[in-house]
Design a protein around this ligand. Structure first.
Ligand code: ZN
Length: 211
């Protein structure tokens, strides 16, 4: 259905024209310029070209954000009441958006870090950070001035050594951060990338020396 031309609302960033009309089909508005260029409010966003209601997307964002151990496309299909291909596409788009968001920002200010490992041990393998069968990564949390958590970043690294920690600091932290860690000595590598390092020993344990 074509509605009346609107009064000028400012020039279009695409063509510079000011007048447009509003076309409505399937419940979503399309804005058409007098040069016939068309656009929608969701153009250029994650939801561009979707035929699903935005409320379905918002529910998917909530469900994926709340699932501590991840959410399968099957589970998403069940909870959203959409087809499996739709659930799979929603899952892929949201996870890609999360990956791109995480790679775009760095942590700054007061940071707490710890070493973490993903995977299980092979029979006879070494434990924790010496295991051949685990992916080591750094878990870092930035705090606001009140000491409350702001952002968290989990970054896989090739292994725990001062060089890898210095490279990670350059990639993921802003300059001049105060980094607090436990006694793992490799975290002193943050000072090679212009950050300060402070060791906090919990429970009276001694810092671990470098081998
Ligand atoms: Zn135009």
């Amino acid at each position: 259905m074509k509605l009346a031309w609107n009064s000028p609302v400012g020039p279009s960033p695409d063509c510079g024209h000011a007048e447009h009309c509003v076309l409505k089909s399937g419940g979503r508005k399309t804005f058409q310029c007098r040069c016939r260029l068309q656009t929608q409010l969701i153009a250029g966003t994650l939801f561009q070209s979707t035929h699903l209601k935005l409320s379905v997307w918002f529910l998917a964002i909530y469900l994926i954000g709340q699932a501590k151990t991840g959410l399968s496309a099957f589970a998403l299909q069940r909870q959203l009441g959409v087809s499996y291909p739709s659930a799979w596409l929603i899952q892929q788009k949201l996870m890609q958006a999360m990956v791109e968001r995480v790679t775009r920002y760095t942590l700054d200010g007061d940071i707490q870090v710890d070493d973490a490992y993903l995977g299980s041990e092979l029979a006879g393998g070494k434990a924790e950070r010496r295991s051949e069968n685990k992916v080591p990564f750094v878990a870092a949390l930035s705090l606001n001035p009140e000491g409350q958590p702001r952002f968290i970043k989990m970054a896989p690294i090739p292994g725990f050594n001062c060089k890898a920690i210095a490279n990670w600091t350059q990639d993921d932290l802003g300059p001049g951060c105060l980094v607090r860690s436990d006694g793992l000595a490799y975290f002193a590598g943050v000072t090679d990338a212009d950050c300060q390092h402070q060791v906090i020993i919990a429970g009276g344990r001694k810092p671990k020396d470098l081998p």
